[in-house]
Ligand binder design. Structure first.
Ligand SMILES: *[C@@H]1O[C@H](CO)[C@@H](O)[C@H](O)[C@H]1NC(C)=O
Ligand SMILES: *[C@@H]1O[C@H](CO)[C@@H](O)[C@H](O)[C@H]1NC(C)=O
Length: 837
């Protein structure tokens, strides 16, 4: 306001009275501008001019003709310098000098000038000079909808837990619209969504929007909701403002971990290395953060055994091998796995897992000997069951199918019974003596690939059965013993062997009962039952017995016992224990034999013939004669061999008529034995040969000679029959011998006639009827192995000098004995003067 002098004020009032009742109305502008002089009418002194304009007029816009309205001449107005006086503030209006119009000086914003004040009136003072007058002018600025409702912040974020219940309210910022009246904020709206609705409440005249949860939230379905809140005013056109509301749904641990499958299945080979992966389980938790972090565990009820075999990685869910996977212990593992999140409270999900274990051929077959009956008696029949064997393999299927075999080469076989069960049976005869023990090798092989094998040995002992009789070391024994040997001397030892065992092999020796010369054999010999030594019980006399046949028996102690026999031929070897015995001339011991001879006898006259026999044999029986003493040794001579006493020369007259001869008869033994005979020779004149006379004339003599003849016939017949028997034996021998292809009859000899060192020679020297039979056995050079008999050194008068009965009756026996004792010998039989046979 300009400072007005009191004169100016008085002038102004004066003018105001002058213009009373005049309405100044300016219609020059687009807006309705009214000058209301009516007011002035009421108060002529304070009459005011009032204009109404909309806000936001551009500069230069005419508000009204103020000069006119103030009833001023336009020219006068210019002269009087009509102007708008303004206070300290902005000069929004000015007066154009030419036309006196009130012009907008600067664009005005109602909201900044008046805010929410209504009406918004700007008071102006128009000043004119000469005289100075002051006019009050008001300009009312009307609102236009030039502002949209606006939010303080265009974005708003709400964190809402997903568990919140419907009905929950969230206060939102209200929007502001500086316009007034209907141009101001009228309403809010929310874009279409599923979960929220809008509620607007009025508080102190201000509309406040609220977000109300209508339906429950699920973060897992939608974690973030974007909403647009729109504020609308009532202007024309309508203006609006928006705010973007972001609702972040906060996670709640409302989801349990969920396995992809409720049931997992896997197969794994047994004997996997520790640490190998088997399978993987996997669970998903829709929650986020720790609520969605899943860890895997074995279910609580899982056995420790399973936990020792498998382990599970809590982070990854990989199940791996932890311990030994053995199909044979467990071929199927079933367990539960749980997944647990880390929310609060924790939530769990479960699944079941089945892991089957595949069998591998990891077990050797096993050979089990269920029962074994050993030892086996050697007489066990074929198919006797000896052992029950089973072959096992803990693997399954082909890996557990076992084939059991027995190494060949034994009298046993396996016969299969039940599956994988076998019985070991005998397959042939057993012989403990040959094989007392068997080591059987059993091989088991399974059908796996590659197959596995195992071995077992079975020791089977064979027990003894008394199936072998004792066997003598020789079928027959030949023993030579000197006659007159000491009583109780050991003759020989027989021995038998029994391959059996124990009692079955324990041998006792005994003599088989027999009689020799009517005396039991036990009187002759004794056998040590323990060791088979045979002792003499008597001293033998060769002259009584040449050979002793002893049957011995060896018997084992088995049950039943077995025995075998052997023959021992005890050959009694001659000793020169007999002196030659003078048979002729017979003379009582110590007496003298008297012989007569004619004095006319010529040289060579047979005086007598000394005949002697020696009971010994061989050399011991070879007798020689010698004239030991003689009255006249020149007259008589004794034939060394024949014992014939002959005159050496013709007897002369001078010769003594009584001649005494001492003849020594000596055998060839060592030492030699001898005897003597004394012959008294009576030389008679005219003496004739007495022999024929006495034989012819003496009836007693005839009778005697007839008897001798009978004896001779008997002897001859017996010798002949002996011969025949001998031939018969020889024939048998021949028949036996010819089987071997040899062609001999009388003489069987492979080694030749010239070496009859082991032969049987029978000599029948018969330059009488029979003189001498000699049987040679063995080495012909050894006289100890020969024996012979003089049958009859024939002489016309020697009637009783015949064969010793033993020599002839035992003749065939003797041959047999010899044949038996010389089984492999070649032997010759010589029969001199075959005509006898
Ligand atoms: C057998 O036993 C007897 C008596 O003990 C003994 O004299 C003999 O020498 C033994 N024979 C053998 C072959 O040992
Ligand atoms: C042995 O001899 C006896 C008597 O002669 C006889 O009974 C037995 O059978 C014989 N034993 C054998 C094995 O030959």
């Amino acid at each position: 306001m300009l400072p007005l002098s009191p004169a100016e004020i008085r002038m102004m009032f004066g003018r105001l009275r002058d213009t009373m009742g005049i309405i100044v109305l300016s219609r020059r502008d687009i807006c309705c501008c009214f000058v209301l002089p009516l007011i002035l009418l009421w108060s002529p002194l304070e009459a005011q001019t009032r204009y109404t304009i909309p806000e936001e007029l551009r500069a230069g816009s005419v508000v009204g003709n103020i000069a006119k309205d103030l009833v001023l001449d336009v020219s006068a107005a210019a002269d009087r310098r009509l102007r708008i006086a303004s206070g300290s503030g902005k000069q929004y209006f000015s007066v154009s000098a030419e036309k006196g119009e009130l012009v907008v000086n600067e664009q005005m914003d109602r909201e900044s000038l008046c805010g929410q004040r209504v009406p918004c009136v700007l008071p102006l003072e128009a000043v004119v000079e000469n005289p100075l007058q002051l006019h009050r002018v008001e300009v009312e600025i009307q609102d236009i909808n030039d502002n949209a409702p606006g939010f303080n912040s265009r974005e708003r974020t709400l964190n809402v837990p997903e568990s919140i219940t419907p009905g929950a309210k969230f206060l939102l910022d209200s929007a502001e619209d500086p316009d007034v009246g209907s141009n101001s904020l009228q309403s809010y709206s929310l874009d279409r969504n599923k979960h929220f609705v809008l509620n607007v409440k009025t508080q102190d005249g201000i509309k406040i929007p609220e977000l109300v949860l209508d339906k429950p939230l699920d973060r897992e379905k939608q974690a973030v909701h974007k909403l647009i809140l729109t504020a609308v005013d009532g202007g024309n056109p309508v203006r609006s403002g928006t705010c973007e509301i972001t609702v972040v749904v906060l996670d709640n641990n409302d989801n349990a971990p969920q396995f992809e499958k409720s049931f997992y299945e896997a197969a794994v080979d047994e004997n996997q290395l520790v640490g190998n992966d088997v399978m993987k389980v996997s669970a998903v938790d829709l929650d986020e953060g720790p609520n969605g972090e899943v860890e895997y565990f074995f279910a609580d009820k899982t056995s420790d055994a399973l936990k020792s075999v498998f382990e599970i990685n809590p982070k990854t869910g990989v199940i791996s091998v932890k311990g030994l996977l053995d199909y044979e212990q467990a071929n199927l593992h079933k367990f539960d796995v749980l997944a647990r999140d880390r929310g609060n409270p924790q939530m769990e999900g479960h699944c079941s897992v089945k892991i089957s274990v595949n069998d591998m051929n990891d077990n050797d077959p096993d050979i089990v000997i269920t029962s074994l009956s050993s030892p086996v008696p050697e007489n066990a029949s074929v198919n006797t069951v000896i052992a029950l064997i089973s072959a096992r393999d803990v693997d399954s299927g082909q890996n557990g199918r076992v084939n059991l075999t027995l190494a060949p080469g034994s009298p046993f076989k396996l016969s299969p019974s039940l599956s994988n069960h076998y019985s070991l049976v005998t397959n042939g005869p057993l012989d403990r003596e040959a094989f007392p023990e068997y080591q059987l090798t059993l091989n088991a092989i399974d059908s796996g690939s590659p197959p596995r094998t195992s071995q077992n040995t079975l020791k089977i002992t064979v027990s003894d059965v008394n199936d072998n009789p004792p066997v003598f070391s020789q079928r027959s024994y030949t023993v030579y013993t000197q006659e007159n040997a000491a009583l109780g001397s050991i003759l020989c030892s027989v021995s038998a062997h029994d391959p059996d065992l124990g009692h079955n092999a324990k041998i006792t020796y005994s003599l088989l009962d027999s009689r020799v010369q009517d005396v039991p054999i036990s009187s002759y010999v004794y056998i040590n039952s323990e060791n088979g030594s045979i002792f003499s019980m008597s001293s033998f006399d060769y002259e009584k017995m040449k050979v002793l046949k002893v049957q011995v028996q060896a018997r084992d102690q088995g049950s039943p016992s077995l025995s075998s026999n052997a023959t021992v031929h005890v050959f009694i070897v001659d000793q020169n224990d007999n002196a030659p015995a003078v048979i002729y001339p017979s003379a009582a011991l110590g007496s003298v034999s008297h012989q007569r001879m004619p004095r006319s006898a010529k040289a060579g006259h047979l005086v007598t013939k000394v005949t002697a026999v020696d009971a010994d044999s061989g050399h011991n029986a070879w007798i020689s004669y010698r004239l030991a003493e003689a009255t006249d040794a020149s007259l008589f001579g004794v034939s060394f061999h024949t014992g014939e006493v002959r005159t050496k020369r013709s007897v002369s007259e001078q010769d003594d008529s009584s001649q005494r001869l001492l003849i020594e008869i000596r055998d060839n033994g060592e030492p030699a034995q001898s005897s003597t005979v004394t012959v008294e020779v009576l030389i008679e004149d005219g003496f004739h040969e007495p022999v024929s006379e006495s034989r012819q004339k003496s009836p007693e003599l005839n009778k005697r000679s007839g008897r001798i003849t009978l004896y001779l016939i008997v002897a001859l017949a017996s010798v002949s029959s002996l011969c025949l028997m001998t031939f018969f034996i020889l024939l048998v021998k021949c028949a036996r011998g010819s089987r071997g292809g040899s062609s001999c009859c009388i003489r069987r000899s492979d080694s030749g006639y010239k070496t009859p060192n082991r032969n049987l020679q029978i000599q029948l020297n018969t330059d009488g009827p029979i003189k001498y039979v000699e049987v040679l056995g063995g080495d012909v050079m050894s006289q100890s192995q020969s024996f012979g008999s003089y049958l009859s050194p024939m002489s016309e008068f020697s009637d009783f000098t015949l064969v010793k009965p033993s020599s002839t009756t035992d003749f065939t026996d003797t041959l047999n004995v010899l044949d038996a004792s010389l089984p492999d010998s070649t032997w010759t039989f010589e029969c001199q003067q075959v005509s006898v046979c």
